[in-house]
Design a protein around this ligand. Structure first.
Ligand code: G4P
Length: 286
């Protein structure tokens, strides 16, 4: 399922980041904790230059905690083994954020930014941080958490923020928010499915049932107990298609003359994954 979703404003967003990154001290790269590798925009990797980076694994409350811990260890090891990687030693830090850790962003991020900023931060020196990440990963939510009040629009449709915005925190730190950026073509098919299943790409740009089938196959392979518990099944169905059929039967997905409504079943599965109703699930491991 090749995905090509690259709205026009994302080209402008990329240009704005390139032009303004030099004026920032730290990059806050927001990743989806359920799919940290697939949600890391390769374009952002190219843009990072030598700026210190805080990698934020957001939506940690939805991800499998053991897998998230493995990702943090993986990133910490990567930084130690290859501090080059565009980063001076000790200048890339990974934090886990989520609705189950209220206050964590506010408690940790401003202090870390100050610590990592390359210039000496004396009185009157403002730390400038730039937030980057794919659509729907939680950038606006992060800004609101750091501001303690609602300034950024939060929405469930990818690409809610369309232009660069700047806000100043109570401690004087300046934050630049960017529209969520995707890349022109997602080459890796599995990464495309992960992004679509997690909601980073608008549902109108994907083959919904194909995404649900991919998700069903993944869940049966990796989290069968969560699937049987959620849908009250005596045993995991043998195939992804059989799982969608079971969901259709159990969740009112019967059409006239008894035909199964597989679109409705796809909707149920995708929704239950995205909201965490299925349990805490990670779509990839390091
Ligand atoms: P963006 O700016 O990167 O596009 O993302 P945004 O903050 O708008 O967040 C997209 C959706 O993800 C929102 O859901 C938001 O609440 C949710 N979200 C953000 N961070 C987290 C997190 O750490 N955990 C969980 N579980 N969800 C998170 P929504 O349903 O569109 O909005 P709302 O009804 O929650 O306001």
């Amino acid at each position: 399922m090749p995905i090509q979703w690259y709205p026009g404003h994302m080209t402008g967003a990329r240009r704005a980041i390139v032009e303004s990154i030099g004026a920032h001290d730290v990059v806050l790269e927001v990743l989806d904790a359920r799919l940290p590798r697939s949600s890391a925009n390769p374009i952002v990797g190219d843009l990072r230059t030598d700026k210190p980076r805080i990698r934020l694994l957001n939506k940690g409350d939805l991800a499998d905690p053991d897998v998230t811990a493995a990702w943090v260890r993986h990133y910490d090891r990567t930084v130690q083994a290859d501090p080059g990687n565009g980063q001076p030693p000790g200048r890339a830090v990974t934090l886990v954020l989520g609705h189950d850790r209220p206050g964590e962003a506010k408690r940790r991020i401003p202090a870390l930014c100050k610590e990592l900023a390359l210039h000496p931060s004396g009185p009157g020196k403002t730390v400038r941080a730039m937030i980057v990440g794919i659509p729907n990963v939680g950038k606006s939510t992060l800004i609101n958490a750091l501001m303690d009040r609602k300034v950024a629009k939060v929405g469930d449709e990818p690409a809610v923020t369309r232009s660069q915005q700047r806000v100043v925190l109570a401690n004087g730190m300046m934050l630049t928010d960017n529209p969520g950026m995707m890349w022109p073509k997602i080459e890796n098919e599995a990464a495309g499915f992960r992004l679509a299943f997690a909601g980073a790409i608008p549902d109108s740009a994907i083959d919904y049932e194909a995404v649900a089938l991919w998700g069903a196959a993944f869940l049966l392979a990796r989290y069968p107990a969560l699937v049987t518990a959620r849908f009250k099944l005596p045993a995991p169905p043998p195939t992804a298609a059989a799982l969608l059929e079971e969901i259709a039967r159990r969740r009112g997905g019967l059409r006239r003359r008894g035909a199964l409504d597989l679109h409705k079943a796809a909707d149920v599965l995708i929704h239950d994954f995205r909201t965490g109703s299925l349990g805490r699930i990670s779509l990839e491991s390091p």
